[in-house]
Design a protein around this ligand. Structure first.
Ligand code: MN
Length: 192
């Protein structure tokens, strides 16, 4: 089936000032659209034409894998945000699991931003759960996704420069720290 560009669950300016309308326009409207176009062109007439994004990520190689991975990653990324909130912290089951795994929400935030900032080049930092439901933070290069390690992805910050350069230039850590204000923890808990 043809992969479609995901529809954002908020207006293009809803995440300001954490992520600008201009960044959304390029990141969602240009970068993600290009991955969608590239994947549709690559799978046309192949056995992958009828596969899901997850199936392609788990079985394809080369350009097809990279484009499918980037679409899967960006769908999870853009789907997890909401308008900025002060004191935005996780509650319920996901909040308890984060405290249990990392000591506190603050310690989790610190480790997540540290791993995102330290990732060399382009990639993604992820919160995932393993087969036993234990939470882990992983760094994935380029277009990789935790499903390739048998993990269930819950939350991700994109550390490709295209995600923040217009708004934060080279200040990756500032960008990652600002993202906590717009994480929709209901969405993250729904994935858990
Ligand atoms: Mn991106």
């Amino acid at each position: 089936m043809k992969t479609e560009l995901m529809t954002l669950p908020y207006a293009a300016d809803a995440l300001e000032p954490v992520i600008s309308r201009e960044t959304i326009a390029f990141h969602h409207g240009k970068h993600l659209q290009a991955y969608v176009n590239n994947l549709n062109a690559a799978v046309a007439g192949t056995a992958f034409e009828t596969k899901s994004l997850e199936e392609i990520v788990l079985s394809a190689e080369g350009g097809m894998l990279n484009n499918a991975g980037q679409i899967l990653n960006h769908n999870l990324y853009f789907g997890q945000f909401c308008a900025p909130k002060e004191g935005n912290v996780p509650h319920g089951r996901i909040g308890e699991a984060i405290s249990a795994a990392f000591g506190s929400f603050e310690k989790f935030q610190e480790e997540f931003v540290k791993k995102g900032t330290a990732l060399f080049g382009s990639g993604w930092v992820w919160l995932s759960s393993d087969a036993e439901g234990k939470l882990v933070i992983t760094q994935e290069p380029n277009a990789a996704n935790p499903i390739q390690r048998g993990l269930k992805p819950l939350l991700t910050f994109d550390v490709w420069e295209h995600a923040y350069y217009l708004d934060y230039q080279n200040r990756r850590a500032d960008h990652l720290s600002a993202l906590w204000r717009i994480v929709d923890w209901n969405v993250v808990e729904g994935r858990f």
